[in-house]
Design a protein around this ligand. Structure first.
Ligand SMILES: Nc1ncnc2c1ncn2[C@@H]1O[C@H](COP(=O)(O)OP(=O)(O)O)[C@@H](O)[C@H]1O
Ligand SMILES: [Mg+2]
Length: 263
């Protein structure tokens, strides 16, 4: 396989809120059709990166492009190429799951909105629930519906900002299965997470955002090689991503103070 050109490319990105320097020069490239996990603790700046990439927020410096379009000079083209699923679900609780999907399909001016909705309900295992009000759904079902809604119109690039935060373990597994399915279909996914196991489970590549910079970026196998072998007591034991993370950032920094989200 030849190296595909990156679908998301970030060079030297900086961003401060007042005098709080959150991004201090972030470099990142996500190959087309791959899943990248942007891993970082709470307050590391993951949402800030996603908001800049989705044109909702302006960076102070550096450049970013999505699907070949600069996020500043071609913001409209970027918006047409992406979809964003965040901690705020776009789901309308009063409508049924199917009605939510139909509504988005209508907003995107698609034809055959009923068929689009039914197809997505089937893909996300929501066919039976489709006729019920979304307000009655479990957390995992809502999140799946939210991801399904974000796929309407087949955006080539998908941002999932902490897709499983706040979900119970069962719902989390359901959402993982959904994301795996997307990955199999060639969508470029940038997923942010605080969960090391989530990155390990879903991502082709993992980038660790820490104190304003990407301090590690590679496949899981590559990151595991960064783990100092002298610290592996039992040779047959593979280091977990958590151990790798701690080895890279150092134990003192691992729980670096984070200010509470301003949201
Ligand atoms: N609008 C804002 N105004 C001021 N500070 C903010 C704002 N948004 C985020 N921050 C701060 O910037 C840092 C990074 O936030 P964020 O990008 O949300 O991190 P993450 O998504 O990794 O948890 C945090 O310390 C947060 O409190
Ligand atoms: Mg966040």
């Amino acid at each position: 396989m030849t190296t595909p050109s990156p679908s998301i490319e970030i060079v030297g990105l900086t961003k401060s809120y007042a005098d709080h320097e959150v991004l201090k020069g972030v470099d990142l490239a996500v190959p087309s059709g791959s899943v990248l996990a942007l891993l970082g603790s709470n307050g590391a700046g993951k949402t800030t990166v996603v908001r800049i990439l989705s044109t909702l927020l302006k960076a102070d410096g550096g450049t970013a492009s999505v699907h070949g379009h600069d996020v500043v000079t071609s913001a409209r083209e970027v918006r047409e190429s992406i979809s964003l699923t965040g901690q705020f679900a776009a789901v309308d609780e009063v409508l049924t799951g199917r009605e939510n999907l139909v509504l988005v399909a209508q907003l995107r001016r698609l034809r055959d909105v009923g068929a689009v909705a039914d197809d997505l309900l089937a893909r996300f295992d929501l066919t039976e629930a489709g006729g019920r009000r979304a307000g009655t759904y479990s957390g995992g079902m809502r999140r799946r519906l939210d991801i399904a809604m974000s796929l309407i119109g087949n955006p080539p690039v998908l941002f999932l900002d902490e897709p499983t935060t706040g979900l119970d373990p069962q719902s989390r597994l359901e959402v993982w299965a959904t994301i795996r399915e997307l990955a199999g279909q060639g969508t470029t996914v940038l997923l942010t997470t605080q969960y090391l196991d989530e990155a390990e489970q879903l991502a082709d590549r993992i980038a660790i955002l820490h104190q304003g910079r990407i301090i590690a970026d590679g496949t899981l196998a590559e990151l595991k090689q960064l783990f100092p072998p002298t610290e592996v007591e039992y040779v047959e034991k593979q280091p977990s991503l958590e151990e790798i993370f701690l080895a890279i950032v150092g134990h003192d920094d691992a729980h670096a103070p984070t200010t509470k989200d301003a949201r």
